[in-house]
Design a protein around this ligand. Sequence first.
Ligand SMILES: [Zn+2]
Length: 76
Amino acid sequence: MTKLILVPKGDSPKIKQIIKRVNAFSKVAFLQCACGSRDMIQVTTGLLLDGGTPKGGTKQWLCASCLVKGVRSIVY
Ligand SMILES: [Zn+2]
């Protein structure tokens, strides 16, 4: 016969650490294109050369699979 054990209310600091870790993990997500690919290429548009050093510009993540097909799909 299995013995039932009363579990104390989850209010200990260890439980709070676990909840904090799980919540931090849930913010992580895969970048994925609408075509289903997860291969990304980062491009920078509008770079300025300031004394031989590239500065400024807008960074974007493009789908590499769509780019090969000739479609420029911005993922992020
Ligand atoms: Zn794609």
